[in-house]
Design a protein around this ligand. Structure first.
Ligand code: ZN
Length: 198
């Protein structure tokens, strides 16, 4: 791509390193950015660096937030004795969109995958067990219905059971291998309502 200036090449390269952005899309975005006004480009750059600088894990549930505690963990309207365990913040957002779950969450940031070398200590399982020292009635495991999600669910259930806290798994209305965030709200609700105790 020597026919582009080195700055354009650098921009295309950076953009194409993003998930889901191939070389063609990266070129299209790069030229779009070049044609934006200086103000628009500054705002975009600020949004990226601002998010990176200010967003971190909630110290309670480990979702992404701007503050010490996320709005869900801070809310007195939520049932803090019911913890739904999800793989990532996008899954949390999917359940929040249903507007029908009033418990709190725990975000693992991944799932156990021996194949990819992801072990229990690589995700936020230890942090979940620590949370169970407080008053908790139920842990709802809502990891994906993939092999990794099921392995993670089994692992967590084994750890929670001896504590005497109820542990349940969302129903398998969620298609195998399906990512929670791509599933419609009705299916999510049905999966939640049809959860079974492990
Ligand atoms: Zn939180």
């Amino acid at each position: 791509m020597d026919y582009y200036s080195s700055h354009i090449n650098k921009l295309i390269e950076s953009l194409s390193s993003l998930p889901g952005i191939g070389n063609k899309s990266a070129q299209r975005l790069a030229f779009h950015i070049i044609n934006m006004s200086d103000e628009q480009v500054d705002a975009l750059a600020d949004a990226i660096t601002g998010a990176k600088k200010n967003v971190h894990y909630c110290k309670e549930c480990f979702t992404l937030t701007d503050e010490d505690l996320c709005p869900i963990c801070r809310s007195e309207k939520r049932n803090h004795r019911q913890i739904m365990v999800v793989e990532n913040t996008r899954d949390l957002a999917a359940y929040e969109k249903t507007g029908k779950y009033d418990g709190v969450y725990h975000v693992l940031h991944g799932a156990i995958s021996p194949m990819l070398g992801v072990g229990p200590s690589d995700i936020k399982i230890k942090e979940l067990i620590i949370r169970l020292q407080k008053d908790v009635d139920e842990v709802i495991i809502a990891t994906n219905a993939s092999l990794e999600g099921e392995t993670t669910a089994m692992y967590i259930a084994k750890l929670v059971k001896p504590t005497g806290i109820k542990v349940s798994r969302i129903a398998s209305g969620v298609p195998v291998g399906g990512d929670l965030e791509n599933i419609d709200e009705v299916t999510l609700l049905r999966a939640l309502e049809g959860r079974t105790e492990l």
